[in-house]
Design a protein around this ligand. Structure first.
Ligand code: SF4
Length: 216
């Protein structure tokens, strides 16, 4: 099972707490009631948004968080998604959202390996949905892990040009992370965004134009 780093950290910190385990149980029960994968992804995204919005009601949080529109440092790292998130994103591609197929192909070659992914150059590692204004072209439907990273430390520390793990201080997003953990725990087909999306797009290949498909 592939699990995002922050959700794993939350699990390791609280796994011994019975209240945490009960919370995960409640969340997984709610998520698993939704059988339609796209609706399931949207449900979890909405829950994560609600948790984050509630944190941002605190003016101190608003003041301390350093993330700004157009800053895309974290969009140059490998993003984990569930299979249902890959299906949701594939729908956006089918609807016409632009995607850099060349980068998709390059990144997908790394499979689920972070080590191989970080062998790519900084430019090659840019998310396939990062547009020329350094903004996310699927913002409303971005993956769950893209919704939970809020930096408190100096944004200069987010620099990952050399492919090393950044030393950044993140906002504690426990409730949102627990939704992410519960969501990924249910899936046995999670993976890196490019790798999984390429696979889903290949499966849909007969329905959409996929310029590089003949090379795979
Ligand atoms: S999906 Fe959007 S927010 Fe997430 S890494 Fe890609 S560009 Fe960034």
């Amino acid at each position: 099972m592939i699990m995002p780093a922050i959700a794993t950290r939350t699990f390791k910190m609280f796994q011994e707490e019975s209240s945490f385990r009960k919370l995960v149980k409640r969340m997984t029960q709610k998520i698993s009631k939704i059988s339609d994968p796209v609706k399931r992804a949207r449900f979890v995204h909405r829950k994560i948004n609600e948790e984050i919005e509630s944190q941002f009601k605190d003016q101190m949080v608003e003041k301390l968080v350093q993330c700004k529109k157009g800053c895309s440092a974290c969009c140059h790292s490998q993003v984990a998604v569930t299979h249902s998130e890959a299906l949701l994103i594939a729908e956006k591609v089918e609807e016409g959202v632009g995607i850099d197929y060349e980068r998709l192909h390059l990144q997908a070659k790394a499979g689920n390996s972070a080590k191989d992914f970080f062998q790519l150059t900084y430019e090659e590692r840019a998310c396939v949905f990062l547009n020329d204004k350094n903004q996310c072209s699927i913002y409303e439907d971005r993956p769950s892990v893209c919704r939970t990273n809020y930096v408190l430390s100096d944004p200069k520390n987010c620099e990952i040009r050399k492919g090393q793990s950044p030393s950044v201080q993140l906002l504690n997003t426990f409730s949102a992370d627990t939704w992410v953990y519960s969501y990924f725990k249910l899936g046995n087909n999670n993976g890196a965004l490019a790798f999984l999306l390429q696979r889903v797009l290949k499966e849909k290949d007969n329905q959409i134009k996929f310029p590089l498909s003949k090379e795979y």
